[in-house]
Design a binder for this molecule. Structure first.
Ligand SMILES: NCc1[nH]cc(CCC(=O)O)c1CC(=O)O
Length: 308
């Protein structure tokens, strides 16, 4: 008799959807396997009134889940790769990266269909410095306001009339069935996505052979290759989500093409680069992209932001 596989998950609707999605795929792949969800509240879910940048960023969403696995209360954790910090605790690894959903940012508004249509001075809500920086660069006339909370909360705030439009990741909206609310997609060249955006990763204990083998069929090598390059860039820049860093790689016929960006939150300064390399050199591609940006002065911008 095999034990049930326990999935640690945050309780937000998106996290629950992703955990249930993985549970369903695992049960389809392994008929008879029992899968249980272990809901946990993370610091990031508890502190809702402060911009994430001020309270320490993305690690806040995964620490409790990781502790759960290290303590043996859960076997795997399902994450939005975007929320996974560059360093993992000893003993855990990202065993699986699943096929990427649409990586683009989405423009959501009931009054306007595209960013370009927004009248001067419009109020736009966004949760990330990365989006804020790129938006301010393109449209310095807009009033950009921080918007936190889970996807449902953000849509509600838009409906309550606080904003003319909001920008969020298309992937989260699509997963939760809110695709009809997307007025338009912002191309990746116009709003370069966050590292790992749209990809789901599964973390587990390195030494748990049974669990590693059970989840392996969910791995997507192409997405993993792109995310590896993106995370290598972030690692080189020591990025967290409290800084405006974007990185996005695509894989075509064995060749990776990657863009990277670092900027000031107000868009006053933006550094961009792009490079390509064979898929087998994902890691060094990400590092090279980071080094291009450092060479353009990204280190000053990042140093300044980390000191705040
Ligand atoms: N920061 C929260 C978060 N983490 C992952 C997603 C979207 C789904 C994904 O990128 O896989 C979101 C919501 C958003 O940024 O709009």
């Amino acid at each position: 008799m095999s034990q049930p596989l326990r999935i640690a998950t945050r309780k937000s609707p998106l996290a629950m959807w992703q955990a249930e999605h993985v549970a369903k795929l695992l049960k389809e792949t392994h008929p008879g396997l029992e899968v249980e969800l272990v809901g946990m509240s993370t610091q990031g879910d508890k502190i809702l009134d402060t911009p994430l940048a001020k309270i320490g960023g993305k690690g806040l969403f995964v620490k409790e889940l990781e502790q759960g696995m290290l303590d043996g209360r859960a076997d795997i954790a399902v994450h939005s790769m975007k929320d996974v910090p560059v360093e993992l605790p000893d003993g855990l690894h990202l065993a699986v990266i699943m096929e990427r959903e649409d990586p683009r940012d989405a423009f959501v508004s009931s009054r306007y269909s595209r960013l370009e249509e927004l009248p001067e001075g419009s109020v736009v809500g966004t949760s990330s410095l990365r989006r804020q920086c790129q938006l301010a660069d393109r449209r310095p006339d807009l009033k950009i306001v921080p918007l936190r909370g889970n996807v449902n909360t953000r849509l509600r705030k838009l409906d309550e009339g606080e904003f003319d439009a909001i920008i969020l990741a298309a992937a989260g909206l699509i997963r939760l069935g809110y695709q009809p609310r997307i007025a338009s997609y912002i191309e990746t060249g116009d709003s370069l996505p966050a590292i790992g955006q749209g990809a789901i990763g599964i973390e587990c204990r390195i030494d748990d052979e049974r669990v590693n083998a059970l989840i392996k069929p969910l791995h997507d090598g192409d997405t993993a290759c792109c995310v590896e390059a993106e995370r290598a860039m972030n690692h080189r820049l020591m990025g967290g989500c409290q800084v405006p860093i974007a990185g996005f790689a695509v894989l075509n016929n064995g060749k990776l093409f990657m863009r990277g960006l670092v900027g000031e939150p107000d868009g006053s300064r933006i550094m961009r680069t792009e490079r390509s390399a064979p898929a087998s050199e994902a890691d060094s591609l990400g590092i090279a992209v980071a080094e291009d940006l450092l060479g353009q002065g990204a280190d000053q911008v990042l140093k300044h932001l980390y000191e705040k």
